[in-house]
Write a protein that binds this ligand. Sequence first.
Ligand code: FAD
Length: 531
Amino acid sequence: MAHTCVHWFRKGLRLHDNPALMAALRDCKELYPVFILDPHLHNNTCVGINRWRFLVGALKDLDCSLRGLNSRLFVVRGKPEEVFPELFDRWKVTKLTYEYDTEPYSLSRDKTVATLAKEHGVEVIYKISHTLYDTERIIEENSGKAPLTYNRMQVIVKTLGPPKRPVPAPTIEDMQGAMTPCSENHEKKYGIPTLEELGQDAAALGEEQFPGGEQEALRRLDKHMKRTGWVCSFEKPQTSPNSLSPSTTVLSPYVTFGCLSARTFWWRLAEVYQGKKHSSPPVSLHGQLLWREFFYTASVGISNFNKMEGNPVCTQVDWDTNPEYLAAWREARTGFPFIDAIMTQLRQEGWIHHLARHAVACFLTRGDLWISWEEGQKVFEELLLDGDWALNAGNWQWLSASAFFHQYFRVYSPVAFGKKTDKNGDYIKKYLPLLKKFPAEYIYEPWKAPRSVQQAAGCIVGKDYPQPIAKHEVISKKNIQRMKLAYAKRSGDSAESANKSPVKRQGTKRKAPSVVDMLKKKDRRNCLLRP
Ligand code: FAD
């Protein structure tokens, strides 16, 4: 039977390596490529203007590629559970395809839509292509638990073999027999939203550094893969958090939105490595994709992954509630130029280097301000182009030494860390031009400059630029002690709960690992790794 098929784009905003789209094209007489503008995106998650712009760009690019296949993108406004029954009836749909998504909201949304599809006699096909592997398979292979160390993850993926090869993008031949019925008022009814429609003020936007879309993603991938020497010698810790142009690939927004398939990225790297000496995980580019897989798997296997409470691997810490400190951090007003420059870059451009994320995340949490990582997670979710539910939560837990990483006594200095790779403070001068006339000697600590130097620089600390929000040397030591207490309490709680008979968690198939188990199993080498 020839089908009338809806392919539902959510993430996975691409044609290459899209096995669900290929499944849609099998025995297809009518194809409706659909993106749903879900009010959940507006209401429940905080999405900043840069990310909206990226999404709009990615949708335009997708529509353009679909036109090349004599098809179009249909952007439908509304809640998926309300939209689909109507579309099923209107278009007489017989098949629905989509890429599998492991986020809790997506899982419950997809479950509802699959039930509705069944009620309408619509066959549902989904495929795994957002991650390198099926994360459930990794968990299964690890006796039903998410691996909690990178080394363990490497052992498991080794047993699974390399990731599947990507599927080529559909060609016009693959479209033979499948047509997309479009009405004359397509733009009006199903057009791509403008930023204004999304409630955003386009005038507030800065220059677009990273335009959204599959074509741009593939162009950037090609560009990097041509730098074979750079790719083969890539070691993440050797890259710089404060270079004036990015020292890593900045492919993350493209991978997050699925404009670039992680498997395509993986296999292109494998081609470059072929026959050459190259770096290895965890520091290589393959290693970076495995970090992604590691946190994705953890997010699937660990309940309440984006929260402290109810999250079985997360140390329970008595974080302070301090709206003023949080606002100062978010708005780049901490008085530490390195931290404020990073937060300015984040707000303006939507991307910051991984080690810059380390610096500001440590500063907000266990380093200086003692504010919960969940607050930092929210700010990153809003401002990062690559904001990703699993990766954001996992990395915030790591940096706050709440889970995965336990060396809480290693604290980043908001002064010394940046100096290692940028003595002159050129990065600070770029993002905080107010400080650009400070001599290198004081650029990381302008409050130490004599009044005459501040006057000559045209910036008086305490008037034109804030005094430092905290005395780092003092507060960081205090915080280490608070962290020590939280860890001691955790061991105590674990010892206490170890004496109780195990209670089966309701509604979950897997038994969560106890903290005691995890600490025992913790591979010491893992402490030395960082994502
Ligand atoms: P590259 O070094 O070029 O790496 C290639 C790819 O590997 C990236 O595009 C990304 O897909 C993946 N990757 C690299 N590092 C990591 C990592 N540590 N964890 C998971 N995947 C990784 N990354 C996100 O994509 N979304 C987030 O919301 C996010 N939140 C973070 C929050 C904190 C507090 C920290 C410390 C890190 C966070 N990261 C997040 C991870 C990492 O910083 C970014 O993936 C990376 O900086 C992206 O830049 P790139 O593409 O140039 O990376």
